[in-house]
Write a protein of this length. Structure first.
Lengths: 255, 285
């Protein structure tokens, strides 16, 4: 059984931007396969920083240090090649960012193009359709696949970005406040979609929106000043937080 | 009341530039008229004769148009392998670092060197080298003029390209990295396509610079009034024939030189306009 090894595990993970200050302090947590885990906390608490550590985004910036261990299927990613990690860990950003010079079709396939993987025309068509269907965008765009991705609405663009990440068939999907730039209807669309997606991928989502965390996640992390204050079942945490700081945040006294 | 005076002054000052520009065109057209009327506009453009024996005077602009276009095009080709790496270095690889600041300052300094210095350097340093390497017997010619011209336009192409490369949103680059792309792939597939029209406009503006460059070319191109039949042969550009012959010319020859000036002005204006339009388009993305 695979379930013995968690898909993702933080072990005393620390991230520091400068020598003196740590943005993420000794976070330890195990994430189960095919779940949605929400990371909550006030601005500047290190939740995005923790998320970006998982696909080694920090290695793009020479000043940022990541210490401890992050295990992906039991293997420490901090000693893996960033490119190999990123192929297995997809990411969706706060602002929808489809590649403006590529068509919708090419945007979905951009992961393959960027990695220099060649696909046959039939494979390409199948991948594009599969991915756009899984983000419920296929029916809306199947007639305009050759148009630029930037021609879509914000919500559609974000779904296109999710499709782009899914095309690489990642084990884990990181979402950094994926709906904060979207209207409520588009947000609802994406939340609904995530429920479907967790069947194929493990999702880790940073959110500012407590309602969202409650609606979609099975487990939640609450971070404060770089520390993981509380981690557990979302329902239990919302009804009965064990830490005073979590309680203060969830009741709106802090944030 | 104060506001009105201020506005009138501003308006008057703003009016001066279009007036000067119009005046230049007017003067060029009136003085070039004689040549165009004598030879016919298209005949003047396509004739390659340039002889001033009295009674059988024959002037045509083709050798000089060819000379200008050849040197400019070659300069552009030579300039790309130097300016593009500088732009990438400053705008992407070492963006915001001290090294990048130093490199871009030094590159910009190249733009401040007077063209006569470039001419002298080309004449006394590069020309003997070209003779020594047996590339051309006399050294001077289209090739050497283009090489020095290329160095002169590097700062224009590099600093503007770097600006456009810097403007590529970080979101897009991170998105590409998050899909497992290497830096080279991000540059090839994201940075270049997104900054593409901006980079293109940078080179158009660099071409605009190279077209009208006079002193360096005059010193290096060899000043022969023929169509250059290879890149190592000598020739003359539009700017260099004017610089060479202006002092001694009168009547029809003077008018012909001014006509060449008018054509150069028009070509440069069109190229610059294309560059400006491209920049505007590039900024929207």
């Amino acid at each position: 059984m695979e379930s013995v090894i968690p898909i993702l595990e933080f072990k005393k993970t620390c991230v520091s931007y400068t020598k003196q200050t740590m943005a993420v302090k000794y976070v330890s947590a195990a994430i189960d396969r095919n779940t949605i885990t929400a990371i909550m906390g006030p601005s500047g608490c290190g939740k995005s920083t923790l998320l970006r550590a998982v696909n080694l985004m920090h290695s793009l910036y020479p000043n940022i240090r990541v210490d401890g261990e992050i295990l992906l299927g039991g293997e420490n990613i901090l000693s893996m090649e960033p490119i190999d990690v990123r192929r297995r860990v997809g990411m969706v950003f706060q602002r929808p960012a489809p590649f403006p010079t590529m068509s919708i079709y090419d945007n979905v396939l951009s992961g393959y193009v960027l990695n220099g993987i060649r696909l046959s025309k039939a494979e390409k068509d199948a991948t594009v359709e599969r991915c756009l269907r899984s983000v419920a965008l296929w029916d809306e765009v199947k007639e305009v696949l050759n148009k630029k991705g930037t021609f879509l609405s914000g919500g559609q663009q974000q779904r296109l970005c999710i499709a782009r990440a899914l095309a690489m068939q990642p084990d884990v999907l990181l979402m950094d406040e994926p709906t904060s730039a979207l209207d409520p209807i588009a947000t609802a669309h994406i939340e609904e979609l995530m429920q479907e997606l967790q069947k194929e991928v493990t999702i880790l989502i940073v959110t500012h929106n407590m309602g969202q965390a409650m609606r979609i996640s099975s487990k939640s992390m609450f971070m404060y000043l770089g520390e993981l204050v509380e981690y557990g079942d979302t329902a239990a945490m919302f009804s009965n937080p064990s830490d005073e700081r979590t309680k203060a945040y969830l009741t709106g006294k802090m944030g | 009341m104060n506001d009105r005076i201020y506005r009138i002054l501003l308006f008057a000052a703003a009016l001066v530039m279009p007036l000067v520009c119009g005046g230049v065109v007017y003067a060029l057209v009136t003085d070039a008229r004689e040549a165009f009327e004598h030879f016919g506009f298209f005949n003047f453009l396509t004739s390659s004769e340039w002889s001033y024996t009295e009674g059988a005077e024959q002037y045509g602009a083709l050798p000089f148009i060819t000379g200008t276009l050849m040197t400019t095009l070659l300069a552009l080709i030579f300039c790309i392998p130097f300016s593009l790496p500088v732009a990438l270095f400053v705008g992407e690889y070492f963006k915001g670092t001290r090294v990048a600041a130093i490199l871009s300052t030094i590159t910009d300094l190249l733009a401040g060197i007077p063209s006569i210095i470039y001419g002298l350097w080309g004449f006394y340093t590069l020309r003997p080298l070209i003779i020594m390497l047996d590339i051309s017997p006399q050294g001077s010619g289209v090739l050497i003029a283009s090489l020095v011209l290329a160095i002169m336009i590097v700062p224009y192409a590099a600093s503007l390209s770097a600006e456009f490369i810097k403007m590529v949103p970080n979101d897009l680059k991170e998105a590409a990295y998050s899909l497992g792309a290497t830096r080279a792939e991000v540059i090839r597939r994201v940075v270049f396509p997104v900054a593409g029209s901006g980079i293109f406009s940078a080179y158009i503006l660099a071409i605009g610079r190279a077209l009208g460059e006079t002193m360096t070319v005059t010193m290096l191109i060899g000043n022969t009034n023929n169509i250059p039949n290879s890149i190592t042969s000598t020739g003359n550009s539009m700017a260099s024939i004017i610089a060479n012959q202006f002092g001694e010319a009168d009547d029809l020859r003077l008018s012909s030189l001014i006509a060449i000036g008018l054509i150069l002005y028009l070509i440069t204006a069109v190229i610059n306009m294309i560059g400006k339009i491209m920049i505007k388009r590039a900024r929207i993305v």
